[in-house]
Design a binder for this molecule. Structure first.
Ligand code: FAD
Ligand code: DLZ
Ligand code: SF4
Length: 513
């Protein structure tokens, strides 16, 4: 037993010095508990780099907290006494220290929230579960906004967040007289030698030790550690943020949806792993982006686009996740049942766009938004993949994936499995969209201009097959009226050939993973 009366568990995505559970606590009377636990590493088969990133960041954060005067107890995964779960590790700490109470910041997902809720009864101690105020909208605030609305559209929620934070506001008006400048964005990119190259961080001794652990314990998990170059400290994450503001933000808006072979980053920030784990503060990043605009160093379309991704999409996704409850994950509006093809875990496919997005994902645990949405997500939706399985894949494969943000993005935005709660139409496209936004098709074994036959781009027939197959559920969606009209104008022979071509391709898919 110690004189330290408060136990403060810090979870893996709570690596912020200012986290609510440490606020107003006297370090002299508290034990901070951080835990690498088997249950969290295996509830899905996380990409090796995701586990390595989080463990290295956790170990560095523990040192940082110690430097700030906190007494930190840190359980490593390979500690023989490790109980293997958050609850088991907290039980051991309660046994060791006999605290008077537990203070913890709320968990980021339903599964872990249920664990925290059980502690009071289990340990017979008061458990103070504090709201995670690194987010701008509290749960109740989002629920209040959503109440009585027929449609939950991000754009309107986003405006509320702009008003609340004052970001890009001139009095009560949006800067530049418009809320959204996307009409200036969505340009395809040309390869450019002056393109920004995000910083690469060489693994230090702490990270290398984690690599050894991950290589040994998670050899059967997908992905590789070979290309790992993530920041694992707040200081290095901050270096990456500064680099982004200086070199990439000005073109971020214009090229947000562009894709180029062999280019992982383009003008994206590559900051999501750090924001989601707590190494960077989202509101601070938005204020700094605004300062770039106000200082004349970045145009409004880029800065507004960046701010919208964070105070709009990111907050909105979290709001939907908590609003919809733990059974959101079971939605399957289109009754899609196909298993995801094995090449999602190997990258071995002749579709060049898929091979690029998957190859990069397996190598680095990161792909940018349009690759996730319009390449791998689009393909999964078109083939009728089971949304629960698609969700598990995204959750395991991306370094920034936590269920609160991944699930609504995958199941809602990308797979339309909630029937349009989150997006007014499915994000589907034929090969033409990918051809317009990338240079992928030029070096593909398939021909993007052909619609049927063995050499035709598979996205083309799959697109029409998807619409025809799901007509009962999607036929009345006014945003799909145009493609359905085009489909109806095709003669029977053309329709039949497209559906037969799709069927032939679907038959080739092997789900052996
Ligand atoms: P940038 O393009 O530089 O964008 C700036 C920031 O905006 C990001 O760092 C991120 O914090 C935020 N952001 C942008 N779009 C979104 C969005 N749709 N939802 C939430 N935040 C957003 N993002 C995750 O953080 N975790 C996930 O698990 C995740 N899963 C996704 C699954 C699918 C199917 C799709 C389509 C998108 C998913 N996203 C997810 C959103 C987005 O793809 C990533 O946030 C982005 O690619 C991260 O890279 P970046 O930091 O370079 O982002
Ligand atoms: C994702 C993850 C992994 C792989 N491992 C751990 C871990 O060992 N310890 C930990 O504290 N957190 C881990 N996490 C993050 C959690 O699974 C979870 O996503 C967050 O705590 C949010 O609830
Ligand atoms: Fe992808 Fe089709 Fe283009 Fe090939 S032709 S890269 S499969 S969109």
């Amino acid at each position: 037993m110690t004189s330290r009366r408060i136990l403060v568990p810090i979870l893996g995505d709570q690596l912020s010095l200012g986290i609510a559970s440490l606020r107003d606590i006297d370090p002299a009377g508290a034990i901070v508990l951080m835990m690498e636990v088997a249950e969290e590493t295996t509830y899905v088969r996380h990409h090796k780099a995701k586990i390595a990133f989080l463990f290295a960041a956790m170990r560095h954060h523990a040192e940082r907290l110690r430097g700030e005067g906190w007494a930190v107890e840190y359980t490593r995964l390979d500690d023989p006494a490790n109980a293997g779960s958050f609850t088991g590790e907290v039980a051991r700490a309660v046994e060791r220290h006999g605290p008077e109470r537990i203070v913890v910041t709320e968990a980021g997902e339903w599964r872990v929230a249920a664990m925290l809720d059980s502690w009071e009864t289990l340990f017979g101690l008061p458990v103070d579960i504090r709201p995670d105020d690194r987010f701008i909208a509290a749960h109740a605030e989002f629920a209040e906004w959503a109440k009585d609305r027929r449609e939950l559209r991000m754009e309107f929620f986003y405006r509320e967040m702009r008003r609340k934070t004052g970001l890009l506001m001139d009095g009560d008006k949006p800067a530049g007289g418009q809320w959204n400048f996307d009409k200036d964005n969505r340009k395809p990119a040309k390869r450019d030698l002056a393109m920004p190259r995000p910083l690469a961080f060489a693994p230090d001794a702490v990270t290398r030790e984690v690599f050894d652990l991950v290589a040994e314990r998670f050899a059967d998990h997908p992905g590789s550690l070979d290309a790992f170059d993530y920041a694992v400290t707040a200081a290095d994450a901050e270096r990456q943020a500064s680099y982004f503001f200086k070199h990439a933000l000005p073109e971020f808006g214009a090229y947000q949806d562009a894709m180029l072979s062999g280019e992982r980053h383009l003008w994206h920030s590559i900051l999501s792993p750090y924001i989601n784990a707590g190494l960077l503060d989202p509101l601070d990043l938005c204020r700094r982006a605004e300062a770039e605009y106000r200082g004349g160093r970045a145009p409004l379309n880029s800065v507004e686009g960046y701010v919208r991704q964070i105070v709009g999409w990111r907050e909105y996704m979290r709001g939907i996740y908590w609003l919809e409850g733990p059974d959101y994950v079971t939605r399957n509006f289109l009754n899609a049942r196909r298993a995801l093809p094995g090449f999602y875990w190997t990258g071995e496919t002749q579709m060049h766009c898929m091979a690029e997005a998957l190859g990069q994902t397996l190598a680095t645990a990161h792909a940018h938004h349009i690759q996730r949405l319009m390449v791998t997500g689009n393909f999964a939706l078109l083939i009728g993949a089971d949304p629960a399985q698609v969700h598990r894949w995204y959750l395991e494969i991306y370094v920034d994936a936590y269920e609160w943000v991944e699930l609504p993005n995958t199941l809602g935005m990308s797979q339309f499995a909630d029937g349009g709660l989150l997006g007014s139409k499915p994000y589907i496209s034929s090969g033409a969209y990918i051809d317009r936004m990338s240079d992928y098709c030029g070096s593909c074994r398939y021909d993007v201009k052909q619609r049927t036959g063995p050499d035709a781009c598979p996205f083309n027939a799959l697109y029409w097959d998807f619409l025809a197959r799901n007509r009962e559920k999607l036929g009345s969606n006014h945003r799909l009226a145009m493609p359905y009209r085009t489909w109806d104008k095709m003669d029977d022979g053309t329709q039949g050939a497209l559906r037969a071509s799709a069927a032939t391709f679907l038959d080739t898919l092997v789900s052996d993973y």
